[in-house]
Design a protein around this ligand. Structure first.
Ligand code: UDX
Length: 434
């Protein structure tokens, strides 16, 4: 089939490449000529394992190309996937739908009346319905659930496919698009527009709630003398709860969970339904960052002014160079504002971090970042940080003080090597103030 994908960010670039992998002819469309030029040259403007190879392969097979022209895309495609962003509106919890609206208007203005316009962006419930009334071409909604770092895998082998459709025709077109995915046994849910939109927001709200739940338990553990890692392990053995998304630490960030739960609570208010618990989920999440700042102050003797603090991690999670709403950089910036001399190191996100936080210090390697530090904060759990050797690391720093903000280091090993070791969700060792 001939498909177009509007928007070539994480979602769109991945969707375009994966649709070519499924055997379709695909045009990726973006209004940003630089992005299009980079993609044409086989350069992926973000860190996503496997995506560069896939784009290169299908640019070579001729099944995948990129353009800035809606005219070209409209004339070419039978099915148009809209994959543009829905960021948080400045000064509001609500989602900014302007990119979605202009993408739909632009492609609808150039496509044939029998084309299918398929939204994949995460939108407030009710958006598909509003868009469907506007154009000659039929609209459908097909949310995505991809995780950064696993985007290709999640697109080619998803946990489920959700199709929000209003006609048998739209359903059969989308079944044909995903034929190889369905043939592999992927569960399919065919539903109406509002339910399809809600599957995505509800999934993200559930995941965020699960993380904040265990982080709230971390707060209780800190107060009561428990160990949240053991608690999480034991809870996870209960099949009804499950171990995934039950890792406590400095909390969730990224371009999706934080803004999606805010937009969902806002939209629910508009509908007269209270999802106040999502605001608490958000607060618990932000409190974890406060807690790291508080621990940093404690370990620096009450104030961080002038202290040399090394922050390990800048990306919002490992295997990503995405720094949007990154807990690590938020903490680093706050300590910087408090007068600490902060040095950040991250294996993939240095360029993005430097652009967004030019006043922080940056080192070329973990070793360089650690040298002479008064305090080390591990805030993104990259494998190379999890595997740090306490003895060797001690030989680099000025003072052996560390906060494990992701619950990935062995407290006993670090303490045995002479470190003053603090972690979220565990009480301070005996003899140390809380
Ligand atoms: C998320 C959803 O998982 C995905 O389905 C949706 O399409 C987009 O949003 P992503 O933002 O790529 O994907 O990251 P994810 O792996 O879900 O992690 C989100 C954040 O939660 C990260 O900051 C991560 O560090 C944190 N997290 C995750 C925890 O703190 N604890 C956990 O147990 C899991």
């Amino acid at each position: 089939m001939r498909l177009t994908v509007i928007g070539t960010g994480y979602l769109g670039a991945t969707h375009a490449a994966c649709m070519a992998e499924l055997g379709h002819e695909v045009i990726g469309v973006d209004v940003d000529p630089e992005k299009v030029a980079a993609l044409r040259a086989g350069q992926v403007p973000f860190h996503e394992p496997g995506l560069g190879e896939l784009i290169a392969r299908h640019t070579a097979t001729g099944r995948l190309r990129f353009t800035t022209s809606y005219e070209e895309a409209g004339a070419f495609g039978e099915v148009h996937f809209v994959c543009v962003g829905t960021p948080q509106r400045p000064g509001s919890e609500a989602a900014d739908l302007s990119y979605v609206e202009s993408a739909f208007a632009a492609i609808a203005g150039h496509s044939a009346g029998d084309a299918l316009l398929v939204g994949k962006s995460t939108v407030p419930v009710g958006t598909a319905e509003a868009l469907a009334g506007r154009y000659a071409a039929e609209v459908a909604w097909n949310p995505e659930f991809l995780r950064e770092g696993y985007a290709v895998e999640d697109t080619l082998r998803p946990d489920r496919l959700v199709l929000g459709v209003r006609s048998a025709r739209a359903e059969s077109i989308l079944r044909a698009v995903y034929e190889p995915v369905l043939a592999a046994g992927t569960p399919l849910v065919v539903t109406d527009f509002p339910t399809a939109e809600l599957v995505k927001t509800a999934a993200n709200a559930f995941l965020a709630t699960k993380i904040s739940f265990i982080n709230a338990m971390a707060e209780v553990c800190e107060a009561a003398g428990g160990d949240v890692r053991r608690l999480s392990e034991a809870l996870g053995h209960d099949d009804r709860i499950g171990a995934r998304f039950l890792r406590s630490g400095v909390g969730f960030g990224g371009g999706c969970l934080p803004k999606d739960i805010r937009a969902f609570a806002h939209r629910a208010d508009e509908l007269g339904v209270s999802l106040a618990f999502l605001r608490e989920v958000d607060s618990i999440n932000m409190r974890r960052r406060d807690r790291v700042v508080e621990l940093a102050r404690e370990l620096c003797g009450g104030a961080v002014l002038g202290a040399r603090i090394t922050v390990l991690g800048a990306a919002f999670k490992p295997d990503s160079d995405d720094i949007r709403d990154s807990p690590a950089l938020d903490v680093a910036a706050r300590l910087g504002l408090d007068g600490a001399d902060v040095t950040v190191y991250d294996p993939a996100a240095m360029d993005n971090a430097r652009k967004a936080f030019p006043l922080l210090g940056y080192a070329a390697s973990a070793e360089e970042a650690l040298r002479g530090a008064d305090l080390v904060l591990l805030l993104t759990e990259w494998p190379q940080f999890r595997e740090l050797d306490p003895e060797r690391t001690r030989s680099l720093v000025g003072r052996p003080h560390i906060v494990d903000g992701r619950g990935v280091l062995d407290a006993d090993d670090w303490t045995a090597a002479g470190w003053r070791f603090r972690a979220l969700g565990r009480p301070a060792p005996a003899g140390e103030e809380r």
